[in-house]
Design a protein around this ligand. Structure first.
Ligand SMILES: [Zn+2]
Ligand SMILES: [Zn+2]
Length: 412
């Protein structure tokens, strides 16, 4: 067997992992590099030639979730290569493509899987496990090939609404593995506190009781976070968003609403609607806002609402990673510009990624016999420090080597 980390060592995002036997080959994720602070993406693999070279001869590509750093190179995949993603994730991507006027056909050809449904490609089997992340319908994969068990975690955490299912699922369905390929985003963000989504809900409720008009700048596809604000919004207040966001919420509701009331996004007020503004001012509201580079009718309505509410009465809650608004290389000027319209700005956020504590638990529980390969972290070597008190510390692999007949190839 061969495990190839095409990309993902010492960088967050742009993940591409390959697992191959002598007769079969699959890819986990085909991600694009994350954009810089100006929104530009520099990615030497974002072209047809590079992607064709990587996917040549693969039996299928499995995407862990719909974030661009995991699916971003999908558009360059040549026809005829099978590609799989979670069924709800596919629906969300289709809504996004429709509104961005991107080609929906790329998404329509995606095949789908559901949690725990085993898929076989040649002599490789893949079982997807639903995990909590800042994207709906995210998965880890257990891959079995040549008598070896490989767990690829994708992006995950245990502090979201479905996070408490993580450890029991690993105990029940996965157990010890031979190889663990794990994300380590939080290794370089050790100072960040990791509150649960339920805790954020309490914080949001407090702020919403103080302010009648609340604007939330957050991710439009982060199901947990939107559930947090939707649930915290006091009775009688409107929950307002545009038609794109409403359509995404509709996907969440019809797929996950029956599973938990938290994911039932009802009573949504959709703009633009000529009667809405007066109602919003009368009743108070929580409004989901975004930064829109091409100042269309979306931005115009947002600006109109902001301007109609006295500055002292309006509040913005910034609900994404603090690095985007802190001074430095990750700062996004459009966020700063939007938030500058408010005197009151609160921050409510928790990471979509596994805390250091959670990473240790997963490493100990899966007790990898042969290797731990850290990906999706700024410096994979940090993993050694994280596991320094455990006896699996010596199994961390961050450079190419052959272990028990398995070739691990790590490309920088
Ligand atoms: Zn990611
Ligand atoms: Zn992600």
């Amino acid at each position: 067997m061969q495990i190839v980390i095409h990309r993902g060592i010492n960088q967050i995002g742009g993940c591409i992992t390959e697992i191959a036997t002598s007769t079969s080959r699959i890819l986990i994720d085909l991600g694009q590099n994350l954009p810089d602070n100006t929104g530009d993406i520099s990615d030497p693999l974002a072209n047809s030639e590079a992607v064709e070279r990587i996917v040549k001869g693969v039996d299928a590509i499995f995407y862990s979730h719909y974030h661009g750093d995991h699916v971003g190179l999908m558009e360059f995949v040549p026809e005829g290569v099978e590609q799989y993603i979670g069924s709800v994730a596919k629906e969300v991507m289709a809504v996004k493509a429709k509104y961005l006027r991107k080609e929906e056909c790329t998404i329509s050809i995606l095949k789908t899987f559901n949690k725990l449904n085993e898929i076989t490609k040649g002599n490789i089997t893949i079982i997807p496990f639903l995990v909590s992340h800042s994207a709906c319908d995210s998965y880890m994969f257990l891959i079995e090939a040549d008598g070896k068990k490989v767990l690829h975690t994708g992006d995950f955490r245990d502090h979201g609404y479905i996070g408490e299912g993580l450890i029991p699922a690993i105990k029940k369905y996965i157990g010890q593995v031979d190889f663990l390929i794990t994300e380590g985003t939080m290794l370089s963000r050790s100072n960040e506190k990791v509150p649960t989504e339920s805790h954020l809900q309490m914080m949001a409720r407090k702020l919403m009781h103080k302010h009648k008009y609340v604007f939330v700048l957050g991710s439009s596809t982060d199901i947990d976070r939107i559930a947090t604000f939707h649930k915290a919004n006091p009775d009688g207040r409107l929950f307002v968003c545009d038609s794109y966001q409403a359509e995404v919420l509709d996907v969440f509701t019809h797929n996950n609403g029956a599973y938990s009331g938290l994911y039932k996004f009802d009573n949504i007020s959709v703009f633009p609607d000529s009667n809405l503004l007066k109602n919003m001012i009368d009743k108070g509201f929580c409004m989901m806002i975004r930064c829109n580079k091409n100042k269309g009718k979306y931005s115009k309505f947002t600006d109109l609402v902001i301007d109609r509410i006295p500055k002292s009465d309006r509040m913005a809650i910034y609900s994404m990673w603090s690095g985007y608004i802190a001074e430095g290389r990750n700062q996004k000027t459009e966020y700063i510009e939007l938030l500058s319209k408010f005197d009151n700005v609160g921050q409510i956020h928790t990471s979509g990624h596994a805390s250091q504590e959670c990473l240790i638990k997963v490493c100990n529980l899966t007790a990898p016999r042969l290797a731990i390969i850290p990906i999706h972290s700024e410096n994979s070597e940090n993993f050694r420090q994280l596991l320094s008190y455990t006896d699996i510390n010596s199994r961390i692999v961050t450079a190419s080597e052959c272990i028990n007949g398995v070739d691990i190839i790590i490309r920088e």
